[in-house]
Design a protein around this ligand. Structure first.
Ligand code: NAD
Length: 423
């Protein structure tokens, strides 16, 4: 979905790495740092590509390509997920590692950002092949990861079982019991209560805080959620349980809309494991139509580049909370801000997952585990504070919430780099 430039040619939305670099550049400039600091932070300090030979079930050997990027360790070890996807590439992993740095800074965690990935289609692999691939990845990156170096976690199409295999492989290699090597593990291997739903919970906390700022009570608030996968369905569930009226949801095939409110428990029951449900019903509308329907709160929770310069003027919500990564282009961000729509950026709304990963790592280090209620309360405290810090900064510096979030996210890294004498 592009816009047109002066020559009338289609302009593609900026790629993830470029758009992340632009905002980091602007944030550092606003904070008064010079170009040297920007050049230091514009790319990860370390980014490796590895080849992983895997014995397949038919006896052949297939070699996969994997990546790991560590944005910056001035504040502490790096932390971030590993995704399995056919289209993963090194630039995307670098940009996502930089996003993780921003999220860690925003939630005030003693980490920098990391990210990893393997080019593969996990649905086409058997259980055994998936295990051998996951173990092979850990062997390939074992020199650069560890509980005090770089801590992996689940991401797109990876889960607690995969984290369990990775933990086991690392423990064998290091000949130590090292639960703090990885987060998102099964509970019995040192996982944390509340880790699986932490992402959606974090988004919901940001929605609640944004609604308070706009004087919209959650009870009765009209909410539209694009995407009904892990993120969208749980955000819908949490908000529905708080009395919000979910008037629209969507999946890749279309959208359901009812201004009197959808029956969310029923839809949750009918959705499949890919987050699809709309094709079961008559009268579905398109995703494009859903985004511009009248509502109080719009939550894009599917894919990137959904709110663009083309449709941003038609968005009718008073609050947009980015649950997905990069659903709003930079041009659309400017348009929404001009129109006084409160945009809560992905790096803030999406900080719940890494925050509970941090809690998991802390629990592993102390060998003492917190209850689900304690985790929920600590997450609430961290994200409410982060939301208010960024909201206040946006107002005092007269910038949009995205730029304010990056300013908070990058500030600590820059300060730590100065104190270490690196820049
Ligand atoms: P998912 O694969 O479980 O679900 C994706 C949903 O989006 C599905 O309902 C799918 O049908 C829909 N979708 C796919 N393409 C679409 C399109 N072109 N138009 C409209 N809908 C489309 O993924 P997920 O885990 O829910 O993650 C979605 C986004 O939210 C990602 O950017 C992710 O990083 C972010 N996120 C995830 C979590 C989480 O708990 N998993 C939490 C917070 C944020």
């Amino acid at each position: 979905m592009g816009t047109t430039d002066e020559d009338g040619k289609e302009k593609e939305p900026l790629n993830l790495l470029t758009s992340t670099q632009i905002v980091i550049h602007d944030a550092l400039k606003k904070l008064g740092y010079n170009q040297d600091m920007y050049h230091f932070l514009e790319e990860p300090l370390l980014s490796v590509s590895v080849r992983i030979p895997v014995r397949m079930d038919d006896g052949s050997t297939k070699t996969f390509t994997g990546f790991r990027a560590q944005h910056n360790n001035a504040v502490g070890p790096t932390m971030g997920g590993v995704r399995y996807h056919p289209q993963v590439n090194e630039d995307e992993i670098k940009a996502l590692a930089m996003w993780m740095s921003m999220k860690c800074g925003i939630a005030d965690l003693p980490f920098g950002g990391g990210k990893g990935g393997i080019i593969c289609n996990p649905r086409a692999l058997s259980f055994g092949e998936l295990e051998r691939l996951s173990r092979g990845y850990v062997r390939a990156i074992s020199q650069i990861v560890g509980p005090t170096k770089d801590i992996p976690a689940p991401d797109m199409y990876t889960n607690s079982q995969i984290m369990g295999w990775m933990l086991d492989e690392y423990s064998r290699l290091s000949q130590t019991d090292s639960p703090g090597f990885i987060t998102g593990k099964p509970l019995v291997l040192g996982g944390s209560e509340g880790r699986e739903r932490a992402g959606a919970k974090g988004v919901t906390i940001c929605i609640e805080e944004a609604a308070k700022k706009r004087g919209i009570p959650i009870h009765g608030a009209r909410v539209i959620i694009q995407g009904f996968g892990n993120a969208g369905s749980f955000i819908a569930k949490f908000l529905y349980e708080s009395g919000a009226k979910i008037i629209g949801i969507s999946d890749v095939y279309g959208a359901l809309y009812d201004q009197d409110g959808l029956n969310i428990p029923y839809l949750l029951d009918r959705r499949d494991s890919f987050g699809t449900v709309t094709s079961l019903f008559e009268g579905a509308i398109t995703n494009e139509e859903l985004l511009t329907k009248d509502c109080d709160i719009l939550v894009p929770a599917a894919i990137s580049n959904q709110i663009t310069a083309e449709n941003a003027r038609n968005i009718q919500a008073s609050i947009v909370v980015e649950a997905a990564n990069g659903p709003t282009t930079l041009e659309a961000t400017n348009i929404l801000t001009e129109r006084d729509i409160l945009l809560v950026p992905d790096v803030l709304a999406g900080a719940g997952g890494v925050t509970v990963s941090y809690f998991e790592w802390v629990q592993n280090n102390q060998g003492y585990y917190w209850s689900e209620e304690e985790i929920a309360q600590r997450l609430q405290e961290k994200l409410v504070k982060a939301f208010h810090d960024i909201y206040e900064l946006a107002h005092s510096r007269k910038v949009d919430m995205r730029l304010a979030a990056y300013m908070v996210g990058v500030r600590r890294l820059a300060e730590a780099a100065l104190f270490r004498g690196w820049v």
